[in-house]
Design a protein around this ligand. Structure first.
Ligand code: G3H
Length: 478
């Protein structure tokens, strides 16, 4: 089937026996731009078997050598960044510059993981028995970090490359092999990324990629008997994966409703700038986007007018032209976003910009006077839409933040560092940024969601730690 991207199993690029493909729609045109293989359940089996078979030898490959492979991948990714970036533009409508940045950032992440990995994974623990009451010094315990086995990596559409390597690199470094199921939109960028591992000479079976319809292979993948760990980033699907998964370590990040609490003494210029950057970059399609502003009444008029002016100036259009606002991922996503805006409008919110949509392209809009009765006060739009709720006290803002089942990040703006720390301590979210927009990076920072936003902590070191288990050998001395 010419023109159809292949899947990758046991070191080879393959066509599915299904003879079928899955079309990838370009968000700007809603027309098919690429095709990937519709893999069968049998092919999923063979990919897992390849990964399992390769794992033991990979784990025996010296740590420094695994690091060497990863450094090679970093170089190859950067040398071939453009095809990956082009795919990102075509599949997920990410701006040209941001697409390239995603690839470079991913190379850097891989290299950093290699460096962190040789140190961290090379360290074990040695314990003498006589520190525990009643024991003498006759036992020596040696604890080391050993791989889990086969890690299933499922990245989301908004970072098909970066959130793939944030799972793959620590998994491989720790001696695991991987099976990747990319999002359909983003599958071609992920395919180019896997090609970098192939070119680097990573042995067959160590890294594998399957594509296909979630309805056919989704559950089959996540409940597969050969899965030893799942690392997933995405939406609600994660909750059902968690419920069905067996006794395997799980790392999940499932989105957020990141609030921005604006205190009376906040630097409003700085705050406005960060609401724009945090709320509207990549059209708000980031799990860490600012998704709700909770502002103290006394400064609300001023802040809203400052932010609104900047919203008017945002560029709207094509990813090729580097616009900040580009078409959102799909028609259903655009419909969902529109539903949230209409609900708020009907219940009395004030739209600071006229609502406008062409296909999947939604013009950015700031909504003032949003109230807790509106869906936008609680739900995650994943679009260029930022609601503002005016609050009487900082406590009211904190309570709103903590009442949501989504709890990824959040931010607080205040010139009083003691107050900012107090607010941060009271916010029950995975991360709180003080005087800055929520963001996952830099990629070595711990990254985690509380409640329905996820389980486990990511960031380079935490992911390395999550993808190993402790093995102890006890030496009983005569
Ligand atoms: O969409 C979820 C990502 O983990 C957010 O990453 O903060 O680098 O945009 P970012």
């Amino acid at each position: 089937s010419s023109g159809m991207y292949k899947f990758y199993s046991n070191g080879e690029w393959m066509e599915s026996t299904s003879g079928k493909g899955v079309s990838i729609l370009n968000p700007a045109s809603n027309e098919s731009v690429y095709q990937v293989q519709a893999c069968t359940q049998k092919e999923v089996d063979s990919v897992f078997e390849a990964a399992k078979k390769a794992q033991k030898a990979w784990a025996r490959t010296p740590l420094w050598k695994r690091a060497e492979y990863l450094h090679k991948v970093d170089g190859i990714m950067k040398d071939n960044a453009q095809p990956m970036a082009d795919a990102l533009m075509n599949e997920v409508a990410k701006g040209a510059k941001d697409s390239l940045t995603e690839v470079i950032r991913s190379g850097d992440l891989i290299a950093y993981t290699a460096e962190e990995g040789v140190r961290y994974l090379g360290e074990g623990m040695l314990l003498n028995s006589d520190s525990f009451p009643g024991q003498d010094r006759s036992k020596l315990c040696m604890a080391s970090k050993v791989p889990l086995g086969v890690v299933l990596c499922i990245p989301p559409f908004n970072y098909p490359v970066n959130l793939a390597v944030s799972k793959i690199a620590p998994a491989l470094m720790a001696g695991n092999t991987v099976v990747i199921k990319p999002p359909t939109q983003g599958a071609v960028a992920a395919t180019h990324m896997v090609q970098a591992f192939h070119k680097a000479g990573v042995p067959p079976g160590v890294i594998n990629l399957v594509t296909g319809r979630g309805s056919e292979i989704g559950d089959y993948l996540t409940t597969h008997a050969l899965v030893n760990c799942i690392s997933f980033t995405g939406g609600d699907t994660g909750l059902s994966i968690c419920k069905k998964a067996g006794m395997v370590p799980i790392q999940m990040e499932l989105g957020g409703k990141d609030v921005c609490i604006v205190c009376e003494d906040a630097d409003l210029e700085l705050t406005a700038k960060n609401i724009i950057k945090g709320g509207f970059s990549y059209s708000g399609q980031r799990c860490t986007a600012v998704k709700l502003v909770l502002v103290l009444e006394s400064v609300a008029d001023k802040l809203v007018s400052m932010v609104s002016k900047q919203v008017d100036g945002l560029s709207v259009g094509k990813p090729e032209d580097n616009c900040t606002i580009t078409p959102v991922i799909s028609k259903s996503s655009a419909d969902f976003i529109e539903g949230l805006v209409k609900d708020a409008e009907a219940k009395g919110a004030k739209l600071m910009q006229k609502y406008r949509r062409e296909g999947n392209l939604i013009w950015p809009v700031l909504l003032d006077h949003v109230t807790p009765e509106m869906r936008l006060a609680w739900e995650e739009p994943f679009g260029p839409v930022v609601p503002v709720v005016r609050v009487k006290t900082v406590e009211e803002a904190i309570d709103h933040c903590n009442a949501n089942n989504l709890a990824l990040q959040g931010c607080v703006f205040s010139r009083d560092i003691d107050q900012a720390i107090r607010v941060s301590d009271a916010m029950e979210t995975g991360t709180v940024q003080i005087n800055g927009a929520p963001a996952r990076g830099p990629d070595h920072f711990p990254f985690q969601g509380f409640r329905d936003s996820g389980i486990g902590s990511q960031g380079i070191k935490n992911s390395l730690a999550m993808m190993v288990k402790t093995k102890t050998t006890v030496l009983n001395l005569k």
